[in-house]
Design a protein around this ligand. Structure first.
Ligand SMILES: [Zn+2]
Length: 463
């Protein structure tokens, strides 16, 4: 019985962990690596284990850094099923098709610019479609049989719609051993989601460490901050560009803006959601409003008022022409557009048209991996490359950590201290090196010392 870490270790993307239960091979997540372009392409292409030998795949949630490489798996010989929650199935239908489409477009664009390059995407829309056929959903807290030596269960992770912690029970010669992978872990208090479930009797814990060394401002400060930014832009008649993950972050921000409008804290300002995926995902949220993993405030509002993502001044932009027409429209306005780390998608063309203007505010509302355009902007770069063109940055760039869907240091410590009895080993995954090391030190200060920071390809016995 062993576990091997094949991604999301010492970095925040490419989540991929393999359990070998006496020959039954169970993969948890198969995420896309993101960041420095060539490095990410190489890592995404390489599958460091035999896909034909895999027996089961369990998926924590729909974000592409956890799901985005699943089509490569099925394209390269994996014949089994992919288990996740029902909302994750629906969300992946949007996210994986979108990822395939973006890759096809990227390759086309690159080959046109560099004749003879013949770049091929990691996978295309047909591959994504074939992969989606293998998805099978399970409710939270339901047994998922994985053969004679193993079984699994999902629990609410409180991170995004459908997000699950994956619990795997293994029959070892020394008795039962329980592995729990948190996937991305939510916060104790968020705008849309319920807090994470506290599991029992965990022997081996794999926990994310994205914000292992940061404490987020309280969620109650979100409305005030956003109100100030919007009222500021109304005065200067500028544009707020929010690079936003299509899943969850966009819906959270729309929900807060709707509330500010309803309470009269901001004037009627046009809000454009310019991301076809975000539009489809908002529809999925509307179909799952009765899910028990939503926060009480959000559920109460949705039950009373219906569609929480629709109001008079919001416009969901579907076509490219509509998207382009936003360039010529005067401010003030708010544009929410994907991708969240500014690595592709329509947000790039809004950034290229607006970062040179002093009236623009780029509002960073999510984690930006090293090497991404979003990270460069948030770190104050004065010149950036957008679509291969060097572009001057004269606008204001602000970062709001309040929106994070990830547990902060105190949430992570709370979660680990809530586990009774304490796990035999805690593996810190999904975090940049400095954050992992800092979290390990914080744990040591709390007397929790059985902590490992695994490296890529490193295996550990689970018995
Ligand atoms: Zn996530």
């Amino acid at each position: 019985m062993k576990i091997t870490f094949y991604g999301g270790v010492g970095e925040v993307t490419g989540s991929r962990h393999l359990i070998d239960a006496d020959g039954t091979k169970i993969l948890m997540d198969c995420g896309m690596f993101q960041g420095h372009r060539q490095q990410a392409i190489d890592k995404n292409k390489t599958i460091p284990f035999k896909t034909s030998e895999l027996n089961h795949v369990l998926l924590s949630h729909a974000h592409v850094d956890h799901s985005g490489n699943l089509p490569s798996l099925t394209k390269n010989g994996y014949k089994g099923q992919i288990f996740c929650t029902a909302s994750t199935v629906e969300l992946c239908q949007v996210m994986l098709m979108d990822s395939a489409h973006l890759q096809e477009e990227d390759a086309k664009f690159f080959n046109k610019k560099h004749p003879g390059a013949n770049i091929v995407p990691l996978y295309g829309q047909e591959d994504a479609q074939a992969c989606l056929q293998r998805f099978k959903s399970f409710e939270y807290q339901t047994d998922i049989p994985l053969g004679p030596k193993a079984s699994a269960k999902f629990f609410n992770a409180g991170h995004v719609l459908g997000s699950a912690m994956i619990q795997v029970d293994l029959q070892t010669p020394k008795g039962k051993r329980r592995v729990l992978f948190t996937g991305d872990l939510g916060r104790r208090q968020t705008i849309l989601m319920d807090p994470p479930h506290i599991p029992e009797q965990v022997d081996y814990l794999l926990i994310e460490s994205t914000y292992g060394d940061r404490v987020h401002p309280g969620i109650e400060t979100v409305e005030g901050q956003l109100k100030d930014y919007i009222n500021g832009i109304v005065k200067t008649k500028g544009k707020i560009i929010i690079p936003s993950f299509a899943l969850e972050r966009t819906q959270e921000i729309v929900f807060v803006i709707e509330k500010l409008l309803r309470e009269g804290s901001i004037p009627n300002i046009p809000v454009y959601v310019d991301s076809p995926s975000a539009v489809s995902i908002s529809d999925i949220f509307n179909r799952h409003l009765s899910d028990f993993s939503f926060s009480p405030e959000f559920k109460a509002y949705a039950q009373k008022a219906g569609d929480p993502f629709g109001f008079k001044t919001i416009k969901y932009v579907r076509t490219i022409d509509e998207s382009k027409s936003l360039n010529d429209m005067p401010g003030p306005m708010v544009i929410l557009s994907a991708s969240g780390m500014c690595e592709g998608g329509r947000v790039l063309h809004h950034l290229s048209n607006n970062v040179g203007k002093t009236t623009t505010l780029v509002l960073i509302v999510g984690y930006q991996a090293e090497g991404t355009l979003g990270r460069k902007l948030s770190e104050g770069a004065k010149k950036v490359f957008i679509h291969g063109v060097e572009t001057e940055v004269n606008c204001r760039v602000e970062t709001m950590h309040t929106f994070s869907a990830h547990a902060d240091r105190d949430d992570l410590l709370w979660f680990m201290k809530s586990l009774n009895p304490r796990p035999k080993t805690i593996f810190l995954v999904h975090g940049d090196p400095a954050d992992r090391v800092a979290l390990k030190a914080h744990l040591a200060a709390e007397g929790i010392t059985q902590v490992e920071c695994p490296e890529f390809g490193q295996s550990f016995e689970l018995a």
